[in-house]
Design a protein around this ligand. Structure first.
Ligand code: PLP
Ligand code: ZN
Length: 419
């Protein structure tokens, strides 16, 4: 089975509940959505997707934020802290220096906990309530743990997070802690944390809210829907390309799914679908390797390293959903160095947009693809910036200038300014 941009509508299985069901992307097995806890296919261990009997068009959306898109989601309402409806900034100087027809920055750092993870959690925690599970858990490079802690407590549920010791930015640990998550620091990288939390979930100890959970990706589809609606309003056209940082490839999968569903609904032509373009850090680039080698599977990288700790991931669990997304939309994937990431973080900061390092990877990747001639100068592009500057204050301080000590009197300050 392949995830393609086809207008074919699925047959609704008996397991559907209110027109919603889960389907394995590998073998097509179908499951009831809310009866039992299940993250992967019982038959073949393949990834699951949420499927719908009825798919909405743009005319069906009303309201504000993630829940504007309720007709495209598995529930009518979620555990909400007013997530979504993030800005799509103009960046005239950056647009000119990169050299494209239009460049817009979709700043997901403007969500309630400062990253796109909130869009998935508003849906994921609501499904957890529907299933009646107790303790919620995730492995995280930081942002998922912050969002899980906030949405979990808001929904009245207990939360447990597993973090790679010493590799999570300070703002994120602070958030998880203050929102009341129990934080376990694992002596290993993110991928080891995810292995453990998947084991805990399969033993029934916790409800898993990593992006392996198909319901989370439903919320993340709304990033793509917002970008399409905003481009339509501003340019009377959809973007040619969406460039995004890649870790577990959840967003890549979610945006592709949003576009596939619009094509199925007749709201988008296959040739109008933006080219999904993934960017990874050089020290953690298994998806880029798979795209470059035209491989069907991604090789797990055991040793990963990058300053962009949010995407310090060697085993992107959503690769089977994301690889077709990049290929079928005519996109590509590229890796960038930590220096290129920091330069892009500074470029965005000069436009007044504060992002964490992983987020700046999208802009760094676009600049590189433009320089290599892979992106054309007549393209209209949206870059996704996934997390806020304040998430990683140490990285921001290191990328910025140093404070200058001065004496506590005006003449002394003036003398210093004239130096
Ligand atoms: C700031 C930031 N950017 C990007 C990612 C990667 O996202 P995805 O797993 O959707 O590829 C993450 C999370 O892992 C993140 O926290
Ligand atoms: Zn299966």
């Amino acid at each position: 089975m392949s995830l393609s941009l086809s207008a074919d509508r699925p047959t609704v299985p008996d397991e559907a509940d209110n027109g919603v069901w889960l389907e394995c992307i590998e073998c097509g097995e179908t499951y009831a959505p809310f009866e039992a806890v299940r993250y992967t296919c019982d038959e073949c261990d393949g990834l699951l997707e949420v499927r719908y009997a009825d798919l909405p068009t743009f005319d069906d959306f009303e309201g504000h934020g993630v829940w504007r898109y309720a007709p495209a989601l598995p529930l009518e309402e979620g555990v909400t802290i007013q997530e979504g409806a993030t800005p799509l900034y103009e960046v005239p100087r950056l647009e000119e220096s990169v050299g494209v027809e239009a460049l817009r920055i979709k700043h997901e750092g403007m969500n309630p906990t400062g990253s796109f993870k909130d869009r998935g959690m508003t849906v994921g925690t609501a499904v957890a309530k529907e299933l009646g599970v107790g303790r919620l858990a995730c492995a995280s490079t930081g942002n998922t743990s912050a969002a899980l802690a906030a949405y979990g407590t808001r929904g009245g549920m207990e939360t447990l997070v597993l973090l790679p010791a010493g590799k999570v930015a300070a703002g994120k640990v602070a958030q998880a802690s203050l929102h009341g998550a129990r934080i376990l620091e694992v002596d290993g990288n993110f991928d080891a944390c995810l292995d453990i939390v998947q084991d805990l979930a399969s033993r029934g100890e916790v409800y898993l809210l990593n992006s392996l959970n198909p319901f989370r990706l439903e919320g993340q589809k709304t990033i793509g829907l917002e970008i399409l609606e905003a481009f339509q309003a501003d340019y009377d056209a959809f973007p040619d390309r969406i460039v995004l940082p890649v870790g577990n490839a959840g967003n890549t999968s979610a945006l592709y799914k949003a576009f596939r569903e619009l094509v199925q609904a007749g709201a988008l032509e296959p040739e109008e679908v933006p080219k999904l373009t993934g960017v990874q850090a050089e020290g953690a680039a298994p998806m880029v390797e798979a795209i470059e080698n035209d491989a069907d599977e991604v090789r797990r990288w055991d040793d990963v390293e990058t300053r962009a700790t949010a995407i310090r991931i060697g085993n992107p669990v959503n690769a089977p959903k994301a690889l077709p997304g990049i290929r079928e939309t005519g996109g590509t994937a590229i890796s960038v160095s930590d220096e290129e990431i920091t330069d892009a973080q500074r470029d965005l900061a000069r436009e007044g947009i504060g992002v964490e390092p992983a987020s700046a990877a999208s802009v760094a990747g676009l600049r590189k693809l433009r320089a290599e001639g892979i992106v054309d100068d007549d393209e209209r592009v949206a870059c996704l910036t996934t997390g806020h500057l304040l998430k990683d204050p140490d990285a921001a301080a290191a990328a910025g200038g140093d404070p200058e000590p001065v004496p506590a009197d005006t003449d002394g300050v003036l003398a210093h300014l004239e130096e």
